[in-house]
Ligand binder design. Structure first.
Ligand code: UDX
Length: 437
């Protein structure tokens, strides 16, 4: 099929590349000329495992193109709308400027009979509002909403082998036709039995934000319990292992620590709560404000542990921060708890050195006041305190004996409960986790 993808950020670039991998003819469109130049040159504009190889393969096949010109999308049978919906400055609601602009752009070029498919995460009611702008007579262009559930670090796999497909379509024949067209796009996943839920616009929009709200709630739940574990002398990891055995609860997303960040969970729960307010149901989602507050408190908790570890003041003390990206296998530092901790400690006068396998460039752009050291060994040298805040495999693999020969003082705060306290203590370290005795 001929496909266009409007917006080549995280979601759109991955989607375009994955669609070409499936054999479709794809054009990716973005207003950012630098980003398009990189993609057209076969270079991924951000770190994502496998993306480079698939990008290269797509470009070499001739089925994948990138352009800043929307008219190149005129020919497409299906247009995916994959622009960002960031948090509005100074508010909790989502900023729909990019969605509205991209939709207007596609409408300006879409040929009769084509289908526009929203993938961006939007407040419930957005698809209905956009559908009202579709031409009422003559040319027919239809709209479906098809939320994306990809995780950074697993984005290619999540796109090619999703665990479910959700289509929000209009009622009647048009909706059936649109769903069939999406089935053709996702033929590979459909043929392997991927569950497919065909529903209305509002449900499809709510599925996405509810999934993220649930995941965020799960993390804040375990973090709240870990605060209790701390004062009660209990072990949150053993507790999570035990409750996670219950299939109704499940062990995943029960890792206590410095909390969630990134370009999705924090802004999505805020936008969801803001939308509930607009709909006159603020109290229904008031708990999400608490989920947010618990989450932000974990960052402060790590900072407090650092101050305590250094005897009441971090001023001019050398602290190494392991990790700046919001999670491992990503260079994304948007709303990163790790970077937030580093910035707060710097603000308290600490001599902060931060390291990360992939995130340094992005972190430096946002926070040039911090010192960044790419090599883990160099970063550890002479540290009076080590703070692990992003659990990259190479940090999990640190040999505590070797590390103790580099630092000035063997004291570690494990903000992700990623290390084995017994092993670290046996190597002479003072170890503090989050909700671990
Ligand atoms: C998330 C959703 O998982 C995905 O389905 C959606 O499409 C986009 O948002 P992503 O932002 O890539 O994906 O990250 P995710 O893997 O969900 O992690 C989010 C944050 O939660 C990270 O900061 C991670 O470190 C943290 N986390 C995750 C925990 O603190 N504890 C856990 O147990 C799991």
């Amino acid at each position: 099929m001929k496909i266009s993808v409007i917006g080549c950020g995280y979601l759109g670039a991955v989607h375009a590349v994955a669609m070409a991998e499936l054999g479709h003819d794809v054009v990716g469109v973005d207003v950012d000329a630098d980003r398009i130049a990189l993609l057209a040159d076969g270079k991924a504009p951000f770190f994502e495992p496998e993306l480079d190889q698939l990008l290269e393969r797509g470009l070499a096949s001739g089925r994948l193109q990138f352009t800043t010109s929307p008219t190149s999308a005129a020919d497409a049978d299906v247009h995916f709308l994959a622009v960002g919906t960031p948090q509005k400055p100074g508010a909790h609601a989502a900023d729909l400027t990019y969605v509205d602009a991209a939709f207007a752009t596609i409408l300006g070029v879409a040929k009769s009979g084509s289908l526009i498919v929203g993938k961006s995460t939007v407040p419930v009611g957005t698809a209905q509002r956009l559908a009202a702008q579709l031409p009422a007579h003559g040319e027919t262009v239809s709209l479906a909403w098809n939320p994306e559930f990809l995780r950074e670090g697993f984005a290619i796999k999540d796109t090619l082998e999703p665990d479910r497909l959700v289509y929000g379509v209009v009622a009647g024949d048009q909706g059936r036709e649109d769903a069939e067209r999406l089935d053709a796009v996702y033929h590979a996943a459909i043929s392997t039995g991927t569950p497919r839920i065909v529903t209305d616009y509002a449900t499809s929009e709510l599925v996405k934000v509810s999934a993220n709200a649930f995941l965020a709630t799960k993390i804040s739940f375990i973090n709240a319990i870990s605060e209790i574990a701390d004062v009660a002398g209990a072990d949150i990891t053993a507790l999570a292992d035990a409750i996670g055995q219950d299939a109704r609860i499940g062990r995943r997303f029960l890792n206590a620590g410095v909390g969630f960040g990134g370009g999705c969970l924090p802004k999505d729960i805020r936008a969801f709560a803001a939308r509930a307010e607009e709909l006159g149901k603020g109290s229904s989602l008031a708990f999400l404000n608490e989920v947010d507050a618990i989450n932000l408190r974990q960052r402060q908790r790590v900072v407090d542990l650092a101050v305590e570890a250094l005897g009441g003041s971090v001023n001019e003390r050398r602290i190494v921060i392991l990790g700046v990206s919001f999670k491992p296998n990503s260079d994304d530092v948007r709303d990163s708890p790790a970077l937030d901790v580093a910035v707060q400690l710097k603000g308290l006068g600490a001599d902060v050195v931060a390291t990360d396998p992939e995130g340094i460039e992005n972190a430096r752009r946002r926070h040039p006041q911090l010192s960044y050291v790419p090599s883990l060994r160099d970063a550890l040298r002479d540290a009076e305190l080590v703070v692990l805040v992003t659990e990259w495999q190479e940090y999990r693999d640190i040999d505590p004996r070797d590390a103790s020969s580099l630092v000035a003082r063997p004291h570690i705060i494990d903000g992700r409960n990623a290390l084995d306290p017994v092993r670290w203590r046996a190597s002479g370290w003072t170890y503090r986790g989050m909700g671990r005795p």
